[in-house]
Design a protein around this ligand. Structure first.
Ligand code: HAM
Length: 431
């Protein structure tokens, strides 16, 4: 046996898994259609400068980075958002707003491989560009809910927050931006004590760090009440008050939409990517301690890429993790039993005739496999049986002379002689 195997963190998806991935991808595409998002296809390789602009230390340090043969610093995309923002800052800059764009495909991050964490994984990604209104934020939450529901997940919950709550405090306290970003990264990893220690070390007043401590503990499912409690706590910080008012508007819209969404608000919630400026969220499944998706508002990225000032909000879903969630819930749809057809010639001289019959079936829309190993009939049928093939179409001299073939149902072990012009119709009726 060869010693070649996939590179660490990379996987082969065998037919059943590939089929599952394509099925979830199909659902994501359906949701995009329902909500008016048009699909775009962007390159897997992008310039490192673009990808690293506001990705945050974590994502930046885990990029598959290399020099191409022209000496350019490029990387495999660690997300779609930068590519979509690049397009909106350039080619699509004059398109009427709002712009709703959808992408799906493989993403690369040099994460430590473990269950649900791979170095190549799949995302479905939705970006809504051009609106700074809370309805846009609500839409992204609702379409995420629609995808989780349509994928068949039974239990999942949203964790929602707003980066402006913490940023508002840190900005007013004149905390250096680099330290702010480091604090947010630590909060994202739930290393709250380290985040607070870093602030204390950088001379942030006690009053502020003890407020952050209180915020970290403030969370709950009565979302509007939690928002009101946050507002009371941060009342001395103008920008934080604006942020929590904006969050409350979004929550009110979602709660009043008729969509039953299980949400928790967390005042100290942060996300690793640095471009977020507003509402942020993640989706979790109770038995898995990994997020199935995440997103939020980022109003300054397109401008940073040299485009017009364009507010934006978006989300990406981890398709591999949705599949894992479905497995955990044992909610995997039984894939439809597919009828399969194998066309076999009784002797080598009839191979051309068998090829013609197989083609005739495909033209009629019936998938057909041709026996290309020139196995003896008995052996060919044995193999077909092993592969659980439903029908064997046997092309033999005697029947061909009468313009017919033999169709054997390998599962029911019965057979009929059918005229060639009737094969497609026969298989359609019996499949
Ligand atoms: P993200 O939270 O970095 O956000 O990734 C989104 C989702 O991708 C995660 O919730 C998770 O399901 C999946 N994911 C991340 N890393 C891995 C991994 N190593 N293996 C398997 N799945 C993984 C973004 O990517 C943002 N671009 C989302 C966004 C769009 N924000 C605004 N617009």
């Amino acid at each position: 046996m060869s010693e070649f195997k996939p590179v660490r963190g990379m996987r082969d998806l065998l037919p059943a898994q590939a089929e599952m991935l394509r099925s979830v991808e199909g659902k994501a595409r359906k949701v995009a259609e329902l909500y008016g998002y048009r699909e775009i296809v962007t390159p897997v390789v992008e310039s490192y400068d673009l990808l690293s602009a506001k990705a945050g230390e974590e994502v930046k340090s885990r990029m598959f980075l290399f020099k191409d043969l022209g000496g350019r610093d490029v990387a495999l995309r660690p997300e779609f958002t930068a590519s979509v923002a690049r397009l909106v800052a350039t080619t699509l800059r004059n398109e009427p707003k709002p712009l709703r764009l959808f992408c799906v495909g493989s993403i690369y991050r040099y994460d430590e491989p473990q269950r649900g964490r791979y170095r190549e994984f799949w995302q479905s990604n939705y970006e809504l560009m051009g609106s700074n209104r809370p309805e846009a934020d609500a839409e992204v939450l609702m379409l995420t809910n629609a995808l989780m529901h349509q994928a068949g997940l039974k239990k999942y919950a949203f964790k929602v927050g707003h980066v402006g709550v913490l940023r508002g405090i840190l900005i007013q306290e004149k905390v250096d931006e680099k330290i702010q970003n480091a604090v947010m990264q630590l909060m994202d990893k739930k290393q709250y004590n380290d985040a607070i220690a870093l602030l204390e070390k950088s001379g942030t007043p006690r009053k502020c760090t003890s407020l952050i401590r209180k915020l970290v503990e403030l969370r709950g499912a009565k979302v509007l009440e939690v928002a009101d409690s946050i507002k009371i706590l941060v009342q001395d910080y103008e920008r934080s008050v604006e942020a929590v008012e904006n969050l409350r508007e979004v929550l009110e819209l979602v709660s009043g939409s008729g969509c039953e969404i299980d949400m928790t608000v967390e005042a100290g919630f942060a996300r690793g990517l640095e471009y977020y400026t507003g509402m942020i969220f993640e989706i979790n499944v109770p038995d898995l301690d990994i997020a199935l998706g995440g997103g939020g508002r980022y109003d300054r990225l397109i401008e940073l890429f040299g485009g017009e000032r364009t507010p934006a909000v978006g989300v990406a879903h981890g398709l591999d993790r949705i599949m894992l969630g479905l497995e955990t819930h044992k909610a995997l749809e039984k894939s439809e039993e597919r009828k399969t057809v194998m066309v076999v010639a009784t002797k080598d001289e009839l191979s051309g005739q068998a090829l013609r019959v197989a083609q005739l079936l495909r033209v009629a829309g019936i998938p057909a496999e041709l026996e290309v190993m020139r196995r003896r009939m008995v052996k060919a049928l044995e193999v077909a049986d092993k592969k659980k093939t439903t029908f064997a179409v046997i092309v033999g001299e005697k029947e061909l002379g009468e313009g017919a073939v033999v169709i054997r149902n390998l599962l029911k072990r019965e057979q009929n002689t059918i005229r060639i012009e009737k094969i497609a119709e026969y298989l359609k009726c019996h499949a």
